[in-house]
Write a protein that binds this ligand. Structure first.
Ligand code: ASP
Length: 330
């Protein structure tokens, strides 16, 4: 059988790191060569070093660069694997999902907790799973880690050092590795979003705020003065906020200043539902947008993208009611 042609775009991260004077430092793809040579018996691989960063240093400008490169090169390959640091991989995976609507190739992000240079690295396994997923012909943005594949917009990093670092939150895994090989669950595939487009405009004026008991509501005033155009609030439980002691005043002010406010839950699992408690209902009446069961990474980047695309508050509200890529249960 003819080998699938897969592009590996490298961006840095632990997977490509070697010890340096101040700790692990990312290197270019030459440190991956031995592993890639093994994979070459199964896949026809082209490697391109796009950047060489610890993912803590990846910003929206790098998301744009990654999305652009995927869009430009995709038709020359059957699939694309992106090696990336694990720390912000879930943000990148979500952000490029919005930037590449209608994506017509599989794009799979992966990385590792232990550098490939270490004999016990989890990198070889993660790369194998990512390449296998990239060769399936299932279009969309995915993340492969620890023998599991999930939608990029449902992935969350849940462990700082454990090998099972990512989970698919509130959504089925797209695929798992078993004795049968890569077993796909078709209900976990990314729905198709029309024809392929590159839409990289994104705003960095969105703030993610984790609600804490007694939070000073003047923080919302400050965010507005600082020019923020969107706020994602990780509220309590099903979506509660403090409605006593002027707790709502800040959010009301933000909304009056045309800031879009999306409310999710700070619980990792299940969905926010502002209609259940009075402390949520009062928020809904003010005009906040429900983030439901989206991850904070997906809600944050979707709002950044919506604002970057020039949408107004009404359009953003309508966008959050739509499931674009499997990110939300509506
Ligand atoms: N600090 C690294 C990074 O995100 C961690 C990793 O790749 O696992 O780039």
């Amino acid at each position: 059988m003819e080998k699938k042609h897969i592009l590996l775009l490298t961006t840095g991260g632990t997977i490509a790191s070697l010890p340096g004077g101040e700790g692990l430092e990312p290197h270019r793809s030459d440190v991956m060569e031995r592993q890639l040579n093994q994979l070459r018996s199964y896949f026809d691989i082209t490697v391109e070093d796009l950047m060489c960063l610890d993912s803590s240093n990846i910003r929206p400008a790098e998301w744009q660069q990654i999305a652009k490169r995927v869009f430009e090169t995709r038709l020359d390959y059957d699939g694309i694997v992106i090696s990336h640091g694990t720390d912000t991989m879930a943000y990148t995976a979500s952000a490029i999902t919005w930037m590449l609507p209608g994506l017509d190739r599989p794009v799979v992000l992966t990385g590792s907790q232990l550098p490939l240079a270490d004999v016990l690295s989890d990198g070889p396994d993660n790369l194998r799973t990512a390449f296998a997923m990239a060769a399936t012909g299932c279009n969309g943005v995915y993340l492969a880690f620890d023998r599991k594949v999930m939608l990029g917009c449902r992935a969350v990093k849940v462990r700082a050092s454990g090998f099972s670092a990512f989970e698919s939150v509130n959504a089925h895994y797209t695929a798992q590795v078993s004795n049968l090989g890569l077993v796909l669950d078709h209900s976990g595939l990314q729905p198709q979003m029309g024809f392929p487009q590159l839409m990289t405009d994104i705003s960095d004026s969105v703030f993610l705020l984790k609600l804490t008991p007694g939070l000073d509501p003047r923080i919302f005033e400050m965010l507005s003065v600082m020019g923020y155009k969107g706020i994602v609030i990780e509220a309590f439980g099903l979506g509660g906020v403090n409605v006593l002691h002027e707790g709502l005043d800040g959010i009301r002010t933000a909304l009056q200043r045309d800031i879009s406010v999306v409310v999710t839950t700070q619980c990792l699992y299940d969905s926010a539902d502002l209609g259940v408690y009075q402390v949520g209902k009062k928020l809904l009446d003010l005009g906040v947008i429900q983030g439901r069961d989206m991850t904070s990474e997906a809600a944050m980047t979707k709002l950044m993208w919506a604002i970057g695309q020039g949408m107004n508050r009404r359009q953003i509200e309508a966008l959050f009611k739509r499931n674009l890529a499997g990110e939300i249960t509506v």
